[in-house]
Every structure is written in C-alpha cells, then in structure tokens.
Write a protein that binds this ligand. Structure first.
Ligand SMILES: O=C(O)CCC(=O)C(=O)O
Ligand SMILES: [Fe+2]
Length: 349
C-alpha cells in the first residue's frame, strides 16, 4: 500500500553507468538525484549477504539496540566484506562523485563509508514491546543537513559544493519503506534554503535531537522562529526517494533531508558514503584513518592498497604520480613496504 501523502522524487534509469547531464544538473540545482543502476547487481547482492550476516534479523531481541544511525564503526571502510570495499571504490561511484563536483577522479577523497541497519519498530504481535522514543532515535528523523558532523565550518556557497554524499539502498521501497526525504531547492530565493543553515537542532548552541517530534518540540521551546520556518518551509515540501535494490541517492552537505520510518519488523540496509574535493581538511573523516588498520594480522588494508588502481589509491589519500612526495628514495621505500603484496610502482616512477 502506498502512502498517498508522500510525493516521490523523479528519476530516470541510467543509459550507462555514468550520470546523465540531467542528473548532474538536478544535483547541482535541486541538491539531489536518485539513480537506479550505477552498480553491478551481483556485487550488490554479495554486499547485502555480508550485511545480513553481520546484523541481527529484524524482529529479534538483538535488533532492538539499533536505534541510531551508523554502524557504530562496526561496518566501515576498510571492511572484511570485499564487496563493501569494492562498492566504496567502485569506478562508477568515483566517476559519479567526480562528475557532480566537476573534478577529475584523482581530485576526490573518501571521507565516509559505513553500512548501517535501520529496523522497523517491532510489531507488538511478535512479542517485543516498543521502547519509549529517545531523543537520539532515528526512526522518524528531524529535518536536517549533514554538514555539522562532517565539517568544521559551513558548506561553501551553493554553486561551489565540496562534497557528495551517497546512500546506496540494498532493499526495495515496497518491502521496507523508510525512504529518505529531501527538500528540492529552487533557486537563490527559495525560502527553504536561507543562508546560513542554522535552523536545526545540533547547530550552534542548540542540542542535537534526532527524533522529529522531540526535535520540533525542542525547537519550538528554544528557537520559535526556527521552528516556524521548519514547519512552514521544510516538512511540507519533502519528496521521498522511491528506492530499489541498488538505487543511489546523491545529495549534499547543504541539502535538507531526513530518514523516515521503516516498516514494522523489516530491516533496511544502506551504505552511506561521502566523497570530498581534495585539500578540504575541514571536512573530517567519519572513521579512523585508513592506515589505522595496517597492523591487523590479515593485512587487509595493505592488500587493498597494493591491489587498488592509481585512481582508487589517490582517493584514499595515497600520493598521486608526480606528487613532490615521490623521490627515488620514497619510491624504493614504499615499494619495500608493499612489495610482498604485489604493488606495481611503475606509474609512480
Ligand atoms: O536513513 C536515511 O534515510 C537518512 C539518514 C540521515 O539522513 C542521517 O542519519 O543523517
Ligand atoms: Fe542525514
């Protein structure tokens, strides 16, 4: 059954695994685009299987502790899931981010890759009672922009975006609902997009509250003007992403959006990624540095680096060919570190 009160995001299938000009325009002007066939389905199926092996089944007692967004750093890059790493650095994903930001792939840096579960409220008939809502409950989120926990500053002017955020859906909307909502921006005069973006819990002196009802009550008590703005300009204009298995929602740090409730007793799995323009140190990685796992006995990260393409390595921050880091000595030293994993240093000579 479809909820007649929601409006869906318009989207067209891709003709190839490259964003169309209209998707790029939509992202740049409205703040988002939804695409359906960017990634190969067998890879996505493998990823979904890995995620289902990792997270408790919906309706189980163990699933009840998952009320917040993110995997709590338990399913982040670099991961033991080969499919997850492959999606993270998939050439089609890198090309999409590069096309949106109008930079070469080598001008991108990865700052987030996290696979997280979202459970529908337990069905009381199955025996698990519903816990009272907490401030940080993510089932029915408050409208927000993502920049506060990604950036030390504020998103730049609208026409100079510096990051692409992506949500890769591993279910079908009809099965799980819980479609992300976004507010399309319509030009400089759009009253939903005033500058600066501060009318939100968690920004400045306002406390972080995730749950929509609690957040709006809090806003009404702390910033009645901000609360009125949100009620008048944000919620009534939201449109939702009717996602399919493998759809990707492309959005920005300055796009108003929110997560909506997942169907009772179902599990929606999504991978969240962020690619930034290189050299933006104020956009901070959401996880520990990629080198931090280099002492793990399975040498996963070392192998990933050795096997990656030059572009993929560069997106992780490895110095690009021609960078002044490279001298005959550093070339030999880096080769010594990765030689046993079969790295080919020829492109750096
Ligand atoms: O889960 C979703 O659909 C969106 C989540 C989100 O926007 C967030 O947690 O910041
Ligand atoms: Fe968000």
């Amino acid at each position: 059954m479809q909820d007649p009160s929601v409006s869906f995001i318009e989207s067209q299938p891709l003709s190839e695994t490259r964003l169309s000009e209209s998707d790029i325009q939509r992202w740049r002007e409205k703040g988002f685009a939804l695409v359906h066939d960017l990634l190969p389905r067998p890879l996505l199926a493998e990823l979904k299987q890995d995620a289902q092996n990792h997270y408790p089944v919906p309706g189980s007692k163990a699933s009840k502790r998952f009320i917040d967004f993110s995997s709590g750093q338990s399913f982040v890059f670099p991961s033991r899931s080969t499919a997850f790493n492959a999606v993270t650095l998939h050439p089609a994903m890198l090309q999409a981010a590069a096309d949106l930001l109008a930079v070469p792939v080598m001008g991108l840096r990865l700052s987030q890759s996290d696979l997280w579960p979202k459970y529908g409220s337990p069905n009381p008939k199955t025996g698990l009672e519903i816990d009272p809502l907490k401030e940080d409950d993510n089932r029915d989120q408050r409208m927000h922009c993502d920049y506060p926990n990604h950036s030390l500053v504020h998103p730049p002017e609208w026409n100079s975006p510096e990051a692409v955020e992506m949500i890769v859906y591993l279910n079908n909307y009809e099965d799980c609902e819980g479609a992300t909502a976004v507010v399309p921006r319509s030009g400089y005069e759009d009253p939903a997009y005033p500058w600066p973006i501060v009318q939100s819990p968690g920004v400045g002196a306002l406390d972080y509250v995730n749950d929509r009802i609690k957040a709006e009550a809090y806003m009404a008590s702390q910033d009645p003007q901000g609360a009125a703005f949100r009620a008048q300009h944000l919620y009534p204009r939201e449109v939702v992403a009717r996602y399919q298995f493998g759809s990707v929602l492309l959005y920005r740090h300055d796009t108003w959006h929110r997560g909506r409730p997942v169907k009772s007793d179902t599990l929606r799995l999504v991978q969240n990624l962020t690619f930034c323009k290189a050299g933006r140190e104020w956009l901070t990685p959401a996880h520990s540095g990629w080198s931090w796992s280099m002492y793990e006995p399975d040498k996963l990260m070392e192998k990933l680096i050795a096997e990656a393409t030059v572009e993929q390595r560069t997106v992780l921050g490895f110095p690009a060919p021609g960078h002044d880091y490279w001298t005959p000595h550093t070339l030999a030293a880096v080769e010594a570190r990765y030689a046993s994993f079969g790295i080919d240093m020829a492109p750096y000579h």
